[in-house]
Design a protein around this ligand. Structure first.
Ligand code: NAD
Length: 378
């Protein structure tokens, strides 16, 4: 089996889908695959070509050289639709795919006879935890959101009592307490901030408290969660209640971090312009949902916006990209775990075990057809 790993630097992606460490782990499988990497693969995350070579990978200068003989293609993001035709028929592509919003890519895979796995669709189960890219990346995004915001704040996070006076702790308000939100809370607490948090799933209250933060209670009526643990979409009336309930916490915060997402759908707008205007000059908002529409009115995806009142809104699309070395390390490890799980020790190929719950969850295209239940009839 030939595993080819693409360099996505030209698309602005700093992360990479294999590190020298995971190359070694792939090559330790038996019978060993060949690992081919595109030159520059890890340049933006601190892994030079020479390290891949020392780990045993073949480094190729052009994408064509690698794609031409690949059985498995690893990358972080979905390929451009017009690139899919250059993948060899019968190969397997493994990457994030954004399948709910990228029908064109699913169809292109299908017409090219290329099989495709979507990393977003890996079930959030205990068995699949080590392959869970959404969690590994959200965890780092949550950490980075606090570090990046505190760098812009012009104020320290902990309380300090000194002969020159006492500095009160910064107030951080975290909206959405999934993986990213929990890590944002933990990081802000470690830095000494006073933290409040809110989520529409009441089950997270205990987790918030266990991190030493305060859970803001807002009665929204029935909210609940899906069987996969995802938040359900709120009604417009519930959103309005939520906005009213959060206005005071936002106004009092130095940093607001929003992480509220709805799986496969646009993020809910939960921080209004009025709420932003109610914040003090110099306050910072990080909108971690910027890439799916944003939670905050005024977020500009990919930019740091500043309101007339001096509140900055950080709309970085891929916050984990700010710590690309660790983000690549975790992502590559998730991908290794996936390949190892489906590696056939007899043939050395990827074994499409159709009864496997993980594969049923994430295999979207197979043998020229869109096979996943959620997408086949769209
Ligand atoms: P996510 O990124 O989809 O959403 C982030 C958070 O935003 C969620 O907690 C969600 O409830 C919240 N949210 C949505 N709308 C909101 C609103 N209007 N206001 C406030 N908050 C709102 O979530 P995630 O981090 O991907 O986690 C999704 C689920 O998967 C969680 O239940 C998590 O515990 C679960 N999970 C399970 C495993 C596992 O078992 N292996 C691993 C990771 C995550």
């Amino acid at each position: 089996m030939v595993i080819f790993v693409l360099n996505e630097a030209s698309a602005g992606e700093k992360r990479c889908a294999a590190t020298p460490e995971t190359v070694k782990r792939l090559l330790a499988l038996a019978p060993a695959p060949e690992v081919v990497v595109e030159s520059g693969l890890g340049a933006a995350s601190g892994y030079p070509d020479a390290d891949y070579q020392s780990a045993g990978a073949t480094v190729v200068q052009t994408r064509g050289e690698g794609l031409g003989r690949a059985n498995v293609v690893l990358r972080v993001n979905a390929p451009a639709v017009d690139e899919i035709a250059s993948y060899p028929s019968g190969a397997l592509s493994i990457s994030l795919l954004d399948p709910f919003n990228n029908r064109a890519a699913l169809e292109a895979f299908s017409s090219a006879g290329v099989n495709a796995i979507s990393l977003e669709m890996i079930p959030r189960t205990t068995l699949a935890q080590k392959m869970d890219v959404l969690s590994s990346q959200a965890n780092l995004a949550g950490y980075s959101s606090v570090v990046v915001a505190s760098g812009l704040l012009g104020k320290i996070l902990p309380m300090m009592m000194t002969p020159a006076g006492t500095i009160s702790p910064a107030k951080v308000f975290v909206i959405g307490v999934g993986v990213a939100g929990l890590q944002a809370i933990a990081t802000a607490k470690r830095l000494g901030a006073r933290v409040d948090a809110f989520d529409t799933r009441p089950v997270v209250e205990e987790q918030v408290k266990s991190l030493g933060a305060k859970f803001l209670k807002i009665d929204l009526g029935d909210t609940g969660q899906t069987d996969q643990g995802y938040a359900k979409e709120l009604t417009p009336e519930q959103i309005e209640l939520q906005q009213k309930g959060m206005a005071k916490a936002c106004a009092g915060a130095d940093i607001v971090i929003t992480t509220a997402k709805l799986f496969g759908r646009p993020a809910p707008k939960i921080v209004t312009q009025e709420m932003v205007a109610g914040m003090r000059p110099g306050a910072v908002i990080v909108d971690l949902a910027a890439d799916t529409g944003g939670n905050v009115e005024g977020t500009i995806p990919g930019e740091v916006a500043e309101t007339d009142d001096g509140v900055r809104i950080i709309g970085t699309r891929c916050m984990e990209g700010t710590v690309a070395r660790d983000a690549s390390g975790m992502l590559a490890s998730n991908l290794f775990a996936l390949i190892e799980h489906f590696f056939d020790k007899e043939s050395g190929n990827f074994d499409y075990r159709e009864e496997d719950e993980i594969l049923k969850g994430c295999l979207i295209v197979r043998d020229g057809a869109i096979v996943h239940e959620k997408f086949k009839n769209a």
